[in-house]
Design a protein. Structure first.
Length: 259
C-alpha cells in the first residue's frame, strides 16, 4: 500500500531503539525524511546511519533530553518544519502506591505528559497553517487497563490522553490528526527491564516471568517493534485523515474489554 507520505518530514522522539526506532524505520520505508532524537548519542547515530543506508532518506540525529526545556529547544531548532510528530519517552520505574512522592509524579508528568504537550504546542500551528499534519503519541495499554505497579505511568499517560481527546477535535478541520498508540508488552529493552524487576520481586527468573506473561496474552507472544511501527506509519499516512482522537491498542488482546 502506498502511504502517500514520501517526501514528508517527521520528528520521532526516543527513536534510537525499541518502539520509537520501529516507528522511524516504518516511516523511512515510506519515504519520509527523519529527525531522530534520543539521549544517548552512540546508539542514536548508529540507528540513524542504518536507516540512511537501508532506505535512502535524509536523517538528522539530535542527541538531547527531550523532557527538558533545553533539550526540546535543541530538537525543535534542528527539526524546523515537520509534517509528522511521533512523541515517545521511556516509562517511569515500576513500584507501588506507597513508594511514590510528589517529585516522582512531577518527573513522570514532565516526561510522559507535559513534554508531548509542549511538542504539540510548538508544531501544531505550522501543520495547521499548511493544512496537513499527523501526530502520534506512544502511550500505554495502562491508559485503558491500569497496571498496579506502573501507577506513575497510569497517571501521566491518562492525563495526556485527556488532553489529546479535546485538542484533536480542535485541529482536525485544518487537516491535522492526533491519535495515540497504546502498546502492550513488546520485545524491547523496556520489556527486558520490567521482566527483570518482576523476577527480582518474585524470586524467579526473567525467563519464567516472560513465559507467564506470554501465557496471559491471547496472541501468546510479545509484540514486535516492526509491527508497532507499521501501525504508526498507517496513522501518519494519507489514509489516516479520518481517524481523529483515537486510542489504538497494540497488546495482542491482553486488554479484556468489549470497547
Amino acid at each position: 500500500m502506498d502511504l502517500g507520505i514520501k517526501g514528508k518530514r517527521a520528528l520521532v522522539c526516543a527513536s534510537s531503539k525499541g518502539l520509537g526506532l520501529g516507528c522511524a524505520q516504518a516511516l523511512a520505508e515510506a519515504g519520509v525524511d527523519l529527525v531522530m532524537n534520543a539521549r544517548g548519542s552512540e546508539a542514536l547515530e548508529a540507528a540513524a546511519a542504518q536507516i540512511r543506508s537501508d532506505y535512502g532518506v535524509n536523517v538528522t540525529a539530535v542527541a538531547a533530553d527531550i523532557t527538558t526545556g533545553e533539550g526540546r529547544a535543541q530538537v525543535l531548532e534542528a527539526a524546523g518544519q515537520v509534517d509528522i510528530l511521533v512523541t515517545n519517552a521511556g516509562g517511569p520505574p515500576p513500584g507501588m502506591w506507597h513508594d511514590w512522592e510528589r517529585a516522582d509524579f512531577i518527573k513522570a508528568l514532565d516526561a510522559n505528559m507535559l513534554t508531548p504537550i509542549a511538542l504539540m504546542k510548538a508544531l501544531l500551528p505550522g501543520m495547521m497553517e499548511r493544512g496537513w499534519g499527523r501526530v502520534v503519541n506512544i502511550t500505554s495499554q495502562s491508559v485503558k487497563s491500569p497496571i498496579a505497579t506502573l501507577g506513575l505511568s497510569n497517571a501521566a499517560r491518562a492525563g495526556l490522553t485527556g488532553y489529546v481527546a479535546g485538542t484533536a477535535r480542535q485541529v482536525a478541520a485544518k487537516g491535522v490528526t492526533i491519535n495515540n498508540l497504546l502498546p502492550g508488552i513488546h520485545d524491547t529493552d523496556r520489556a527486558t527491564s520490567l521482566d527483570g524487576s518482576a523476577a527480582k520481586a518474585q524470586g524467579t527468573t526473567p525467563e519464567d516471568v516472560r513465559r507467564a506473561r506470554e501465557a496471559s496474552i491471547p496472541a501468546r507472544r510479545y509484540g514486535t517493534a516492526e509491527e508497532f511501527g507499521a501501525a504508526c506509519a498507517f496513522l501518519c499516512s494519507k489514509h489516516g485523515g479520518f481517524i481523529v482522537g483515537q486510542n489504538l491498542l497494540l497488546d495482542g488482546g491482553a486488554t479484556n474489554a468489549t470497547l
